[in-house]
Ligand binder design. Structure first.
Ligand code: IPM
Ligand code: MG
Length: 356
């Protein structure tokens, strides 16, 4: 069982170090190898996703990823910016299925901006298509506008496109996931305006034929953004395209109290996966030892569950996270009155000790 650890930038190294500590504390035979990625890799080798890092990632059963990005790289050509590392890994490894669970721990209800009764027991799974849509669609670029009211003016354009098999496979992931949960899928699109969205809806309806036991609902993305804060507990599994999923998953994270709590899995059709917290590199707090490592530790649990078939070990980690929250330990992002403030390493150590 080989795990590639790619810490990346900002708080990436601090939080992945804690997750690796937790993984090593389990009695599993894990081969763990580390490589630079993002801005950290650019600084060393001139590229955010060096050949050696990509090779390591491809050869591993699973990748534990920290975070990439820093404002100091904003002036670089797009192809050299840190974000290209994560987009490149997703594309090269075919990681089309992004699972982003938004779970509200009872102990953290107070940390959410929403009323406790609105979020108590919240358990949503966002299934985001990750290798298609407007993120990767060609053509894209800048040019002189060829027609229309602004003919001759500078313009930029991207392309939103989805092929039937691309929608079919992500819809299946969502329906299968719903079978193990509350048997409800909400497909989010903008079918009242976009051709790709109407097609998305048509294909999801066709795939649903194989899942008569699952309730399927469709929702426009603007309405979904509203319903997520109005009545979040009405959702079970949400399936959506790359761009809408990016936006809605950040929104969903705030329901749970802190973006510092949310893990994610990005899987291909061989169960190989990349696991990362959904938050970014937070350069403003990097190196201060205050970042919340729990999203990364929970990502390590997802890694064990989805790519290494170690459900029991995954349960142990998730149980340990609940236990430290119950003990009242909190990094600053989730702290409230009456709780004990701890730093990144203290939190990681506490989880390690709480592994039953
Ligand atoms: C995410 C991030 C990435 C995305 C960025 C870093 C490219 O926001 O994983 O949600 O937009 O997908
Ligand atoms: Mg995002």
């Amino acid at each position: 069982m080989k795990i590639a650890v790619l810490p990346g930038d900002g708080i990436g190294p601090e939080i992945t170090a804690e997750a690796v500590k937790v993984l090593r504390a389990l009695d599993l035979k894990l081969e763990i190898e580390q490589a630079p990625v993002g801005g950290a890799a650019y600084d060393i080798s001139g590229h955010p996703l060096p050949e050696a890092t990509l090779k390591l990632a491809q050869s591993a059963d699973a990748i534990l990823f920290g975070a990439v990005g820093n404002w100091k790289y904003d002036q670089l050509d797009r192809a050299l910016r840190p974000e290209q590392a994560i987009l490149g890994l997703r594309k090269h490894l075919g990681l089309f299925a992004n699972l982003r669970p938004a779970l509200c721990y009872a102990e953290l209800q107070e940390a959410s901006r929403l009323k406790p009764e609105a979020i108590a027991g919240l358990d949503i799974l966002i299934v985001r298509e990750l290798t298609g849509g407007i993120y990767f669609g060609q053509p894209r670029g800048r040019r002189s506008s060829p027609d229309g009211a602004f003919k001759g003016a500078d313009e930029a354009y991207d392309t939103m496109r989805y092929a039937r098999p691309e929608i079919e496979r992500i819809a299946r992931v969502a329906f299968e996931a719903a079978r193990k949960r509350h048997k409800k899928v909400t497909s989010v699109d903008k079918a009242n305006v976009l051709e790709t969205s109407q097609f998305w809806r048509d294909v999801v309806i066709a795939v649903h034929q194989d899942y008569a036991d699952i309730e399927l609902q469709h929702m426009y993305v603007d309405n979904a953004a509203m319903q997520l804060v109005r009545e979040p507990k009405a959702f079970d599994v949400v399936v959506t395209g790359n761009l809408f999923g990016d936006v809605l998953s950040d929104e969903a994270s705030m329901l749970t109290g802190s973006i510092g709590m949310l893990p994610s899995a990005s899987l291909n059709d061989k169960k190989q996966g990349l696991y990362e917290p959904i938050h970014g590199s937070a350069p403003d707090i990097a190196g201060k030892g205050v970042a919340n490592p729990l999203a990364t530790i929970l990502s390590a649990a997802m890694l064990l569950r989805h790519s290494l078939d170690q459900a029991e070990a995954a349960d142990r980690i998730e149980g340990a996270v609940k236990a430290v929250l119950k003990q009242g330990l909190r990094t600053p992002d989730i702290a409230s009155d009456g709780t004990t403030r701890v730093g990144t390493a203290e939190m990681g150590d506490a989880v390690r000790r709480a592994l039953a």
